[in-house]
Design a protein around this ligand. Sequence first.
Ligand code: ATP
Ligand code: MG
Length: 429
Amino acid sequence: MSKLQSVRGMHDILPPETARWREMERRIVGALEAYGYQEIRLPLVEHTELFARSIGEVTDIVEKEMYTFEDRNGDSLSLRPEGTAGCVRAGIQHGILHNRQQRLWYAGPMFRHERPQKGRYRQFHQVGVEAFGMTGPDLDAEQILMCARIWRALGVEGLRLELNTLGDPADRRAYRDRLVAYFERHRDALDEDALRRLHTNPLRILDSKNPAMRELIEGAPRVQEYLSEPARTHYEGLKARLEEAGVAYVENSRLVRGLDYYNRTVFEWVTDRLGAQGTVCAGGRYDGLVEQLGGRPTPAAGFAIGLERVAELLPHWDAGRLAAPDAYLVAVGEAAERVAPALAERLRDAVPGLRLVANCGGGGFKAQFKRADRSGAALALVIGEEEAQTHRVTLKPLRAGGEQVRVDEPALVAQLAAQVAARRQENHR
Ligand code: ATP
Ligand code: MG
């Protein structure tokens, strides 16, 4: 039999790398909570129809990237390729969007059958934010400022904010006609995807990643020329707020986003350090989606961060250190082994946040110290026959220098508390 492997494009995240992910997620969630956003947990699987009706039939995602299957009842289900559709579905289903404002976030894996490469996977992870019931550009500004706060919290530098507006539906229709006429005139220069989209979803042609199409796209009409007054005012209002808050942006009139449901504001945070997979966060306004999915008209806006891409941009955090325990309990001899588990429990009770690994599986001093070193623990707590008799513990620094000392339990608790505080300070600068 061939060796069992994970599915192509779907990766395990192993320790200590998981510690880096946790720290990344902890900081992101901390920033979201600073704006009063609340977590929503959603299923990984939804009815396929939900994605067809929200993301749009003529999109990369729905046309060719979804993991769709029939369940045993013959229903067509899909692994979620993104979180907005499920979030809106849940909001409508539970009646939590109507007549109120709602600020939500979610985190978890998404699934798209794409060609795997660096920064592009078949299972990847997002943290996303959706807010409902607010029409003004103040919400758009809030969400962009949240992103900026997240990058600061993570120490991620050098991201460029790209900004555009898609106008309102009527603006978009007028623009669309002009765009079709333009591309019709240059039919010969269109690639296969563009030809297919020409009459179904011409705006998406602007989103093409084909370099051969770049020049043609550069010359295409710009949506800015077709904005209605309210849409223009909204866009100006957003830009004024960003300027006031000192957030730099670049206007990119080719930015249309891959999904159908956006209107007015769209934005992306982009890096030059990840090649073609440079977008680490994307979002915008989608005032029509709730109604489109059967809810009452409800303005909304959100964004999603691609965590694998952000993880590539983090400053050097020592994953081993982040994951390491504070102490490793070495117990040698029958009496020591008997009292060790009870002692470990008392220490965990007494020192909040203590990470204490207790030796399991016996072994002499040498073998146990080897495990202690391997664990990355800052301290070894040692009980031999003598310590077991006298209710003391020998405390030996493993990483920093310093003498070993024999201490009683209250002194040990104090030392461990200091170690926990030092670790937290070091890890969470
Ligand atoms: P791209 O243009 O890179 O395909 P997208 O427009 O399809 O991105 P969105 O649907 O807007 O992406 O998802 C938001 C973010 O999720 C992206 O900006 C990216 O950071 C991340 N993301 C999307 N698809 C993948 C993937 N297959 N692997 C890893 N991250 C992804
Ligand atoms: Mg994509």
